[in-house]
Design a protein around this ligand. Structure first.
Ligand SMILES: *Cc1c(COP(=O)(O)O)cnc(C)c1O
Length: 432
């Protein structure tokens, strides 16, 4: 049995049952809810932690939560956009975010997306050495400022439980290619250079950024020795994670920053390189904890197991179905009840992996209860799809003053049928 008294076993939702019920009256479940206050406090703390670095810049990984209202909110707090597709670039453009405020960290990139990025003045972060010629040909020149993505290969070990295998990752250039790439870029007229690497994802340890920074700082020293080129920008990319499990401790951004600074001083400054600006392109860390999927219990089933069917399904939040990801679930209003029932919490897809939780011990769930699925703010809604004819939910921003705003309406059947332009499908249907 799991008792609430153990502080690790419950997570505190950012909305009360009463408020969630109020919102659900206006906008039926399921819906995504984002916590403006949490988003702002977190981004301000990130900027403050790295304020020692002149030129520090936060780019928000738009793919995590590609909602213009969220991107705008972050932009008001100093964030640029990290994009990797044309539509993400279009979101940036629609908000007047252009030039150095765009980091285009794409891979397997179609030529027209480079052209589009360049038309906005965005920074192209090259995933591969072959892309230099491609960009040069497409634009007839190279931009003045360019980044290259690095992949050291091998195995990347941060701590006992976090290991990643850059050697198997499709991203980035090898060490030899990196030296060569900067030489070519310089010959072709590039004047300012940045370096980027993304070696591990969702790291819940303070070791990741410091370890990555050391690798990149040393590389900068080597690049200078080998090529005479001084790298002016380091993009530490994404990868700082969040504690999905209630027993995990969150990352300490101040400690992370302090340790990056130590590496900066001991590697770069020691070698006479003093003005390297750091940037991040975090997604999960920026939004993950500050978004939740709110869904209602609509069916219960007692067969070989105990099931609770909710009105959301994997199209609304794919992570549990796709990689067995844990998302904590709070039954709103029952935060203080003892968890004694073991449930599978399921959606309605005709796929047996459509389960938000398996064998989860929770308080007794009654029909109509609202479930708060935690930590869905990043890579949640954005991974949505339309399998089984399911429609994507609304997104709602809970403001600091307690009011709320619809920031994306729910899809309707009309949206689902909209791409069948050649038939008057939907029009006929609604006539019936
Ligand atoms: C996905 C992605 C990010 C964001 O990753 P998080 O794990 O959400 O921080 C940043 N940069 C690139 C290039 C990405 O593909």
């Amino acid at each position: 049995m799991i008792f609430k008294e153990d502080r690790y076993l419950e997570k505190i939702p950012f909305v009360s049952l009463e408020k969630a019920q109020e919102i659900a009256k206006d906008y039926p479940t399921p819906f995504y809810l984002y916590d403006e206050k949490g988003i702002i406090e977190n981004v301000e703390a990130l900027k403050e932690a790295f304020s020692w670095n002149k030129g520090f810049k936060v780019y928000f990984a738009v793919k995590a939560t590609p909602n213009p209202f969220i991107v705008k909110l972050l932009h008001e707090h100093g964030c640029g956009c990290d994009c990797s597709s044309k539509t993400e670039l279009m979101i940036a453009k629609s908000l007047g975010i252009t030039g150095d405020e765009i980091m285009f960290s794409s891979n397997d990139t179609p030529t027209d997306e480079y052209e589009y990025c360049d038309s906005l003045g965005g920074i192209i972060n090259l995933d591969d050495i072959t892309q230099i010629a491609k960009v040069h040909k497409a634009l007839g020149r190279l931009p003045k400022k360019m980044f290259c993505r690095y992949n050291p290969g091998g195995v990347f070990n941060i701590s006992n439980d976090i290991m990643d295998t850059p050697a198997d990752a499709k991203y980035g250039m090898t060490t030899e290619q990196i030296y060569e790439a900067y030489r070519i870029l310089k010959d072709l007229g590039v004047e300012e250079f940045g370096i980027h690497a993304f070696l591990a994802s969702n790291t819940v340890t303070n070791d990741y950024y410091p370890k990555l920074a050391k690798i990149l700082f040393k590389l900068i020293v080597n690049i200078k020795e080998r090529t005479g080129i001084t790298i002016k920008y380091v993009n530490l990319s994404g990868g700082i994670g969040i504690p999905y499990y209630p027993y995990q401790d969150p990352n300490d951004i101040n400690e992370i920053s302090e340790r990056v600074k130590r590496a900066y001083d001991s590697i770069l400054v020691e070698n006479g390189i003093t003005d390297v600006a750091i940037c991040t392109e975090l997604g999960r860390y920026m939004l993950g904890p500050y978004g939740a999927l709110i869904t209602k219990a609509i069916n219960e089933k007692h067969t070989h197991k105990e099931y609770i069917g909710v009105d959301a399904c994997a199209v609304n939040l794919m992570r549990p179905a796709m990689y067995g990801a844990y998302h904590h679930i709070t039954v709103l209003g029952k935060e203080d009840e003892i968890a004694v029932h073991k449930y599978d919490i399921t959606g309605s897809l005709c796929e047996n992996n459509d389960k938000f939780a398996i064998d989860r011990v929770m308080p007794k769930i009654d029909m109509g209860d609202l479930l708060f699925i935690h930590d869905a703010g990043a890579h949640g809604f954005s991974m949505g799809y339309n399998y089984n004819g399911k429609l994507k939910s609304a997104e709602i921003l809970l403001k600091e003053d307690g009011s709320y705003q619809l920031i994306r309406r729910a899809e309707t059947p009309k949206d689902y049928f909209a791409t069948f332009d050649c038939f008057d499908f939907y029009d006929e249907l609604i006539k019936e």
